[in-house]
Design a protein around this ligand. Structure first.
Ligand code: SAM
Length: 291
């Protein structure tokens, strides 16, 4: 089968099947072999690996994955792409295509079924409209994952990798960094896709931590505090937490916890590290434990 990373071959397939791109599915197909090589290399694939690909499209990256990984399971929502994938992936006996919405698939079960429950890798040129639910869903669920290598909107990649005090730092940075170590592999301009997206893209690899970088008494509460702190970016941490309906503590309790943490009363949430959010959570939890 011809390499679909070459624009001419992709166009040929699209014309042959009279495929109509659907904007609602975020369909922008990759047509750059260098970018494809970079993604595959970043994922560090071997024949021991099982890869789940989200949204194979016409199978461009799937072909690369099938060459390097042991097992590939590709989940595609668009039924019109299924006959195309039959042709473009016809040469491979290690690829299974599932016609389903990835948000409805039990990936843990797939890992169990195809890989004996061992950690899998996820590789995708993601549909941008559901980037965050896909990534956070993978981390928060019990799916055994080694790494996730994905194409996302450039700004989203930057937010995932950002550190405290920078303009891109926010709830997404902390959520991702709690579970994984981010590394931006490449920036990818719009002309690497058919059709061209309106935004710049980037490939980011998220390597799951073997152990969480911080321990915290109440994970859910920590993420509530984080969300509340960044909801009102320009406010102080104290006001951000006070004004949030999500945080079940009095003004005094919040002020005292910030003081106990050794931070000034006027500190802004955007300067706190993950360790500091965890410590703040534990201090507030301790207060709750008291009779
Ligand atoms: N992997 C292909 C490539 O790199 O050329 C296509 C990438 S395209 C950006 C995103 C793909 O995800 C499309 O094929 C689209 O139909 C599919 N998709 C969109 N929403 C999906 C969902 N909820 N579940 C599974 N696939 C989805």
């Amino acid at each position: 089968m011809a390499n679909l990373g070459i624009a001419k071959n992709t166009i040929e397939i699209i014309q042959k099947y009279e495929f109509a791109f659907q904007k609602k599915f975020g369909q922008n197909f990759l047509i750059d072999t260098h970018v494809l090589d970079k993604i595959i290399q970043a994922a560090g694939l071997t024949k021991e690996d099982m890869v789940v690909e989200i949204g194979p499209g016409i199978g461009t990256m799937t072909q690369y994955l099938a060459e390097r990984a042991g097992t590939v399971v590709a989940v595609e929502i668009d039924t019109n792409l299924i006959p195309i994938l039959k042709e473009t992936l016809g040469d491979y006996d290690n690829v299974t295509v599932i016609n389903e919405d990835i948000l409805k698939v039990d990936i843990r079960k797939l890992a169990e079924q195809y890989h004996g429950g061992r950690p899998i890798k996820v590789v995708a040129n993601l549909p941008y409209y559901i980037t965050t639910p896909i990534i956070m869903g993978l981390f928060e669920s019990e799916v055994p994952i080694e790494n996730i290598t994905v194409m996302v909107q450039k700004e989203v990649a930057e937010r995932m990798q950002a550190g405290p005090g920078t303009k891109d730092y926010g709830a997404l940075s902390l959520a991702v960094q709690y579970y994984a170590e981010p590394y931006i592999v490449a920036n990818v301009p719009p002309n690497c896709f058919i059709p061209r997206p309106n935004v710049g893209s980037a490939v980011i690899r998220l390597t799951r931590h073997q152990e969480k970088p911080v321990s915290v008494k109440d994970e859910k509460l920590m993420f509530r505090l984080i969300r509340a702190s960044f909801n009102q970016r320009r406010k102080t941490l104290q006001n951000g937490l006070n004004n949030s309906g999500e945080v079940p503590f009095s003004k005094e309790e919040i002020a005292s916890a910030i003081e106990k943490l050794g931070l000034p009363a006027a500190v802004r949430g955007e300067t706190l590290t993950l360790e500091q959010f965890a410590a703040l959570t534990d201090i507030l939890c301790e207060g709750q434990d008291k009779p």
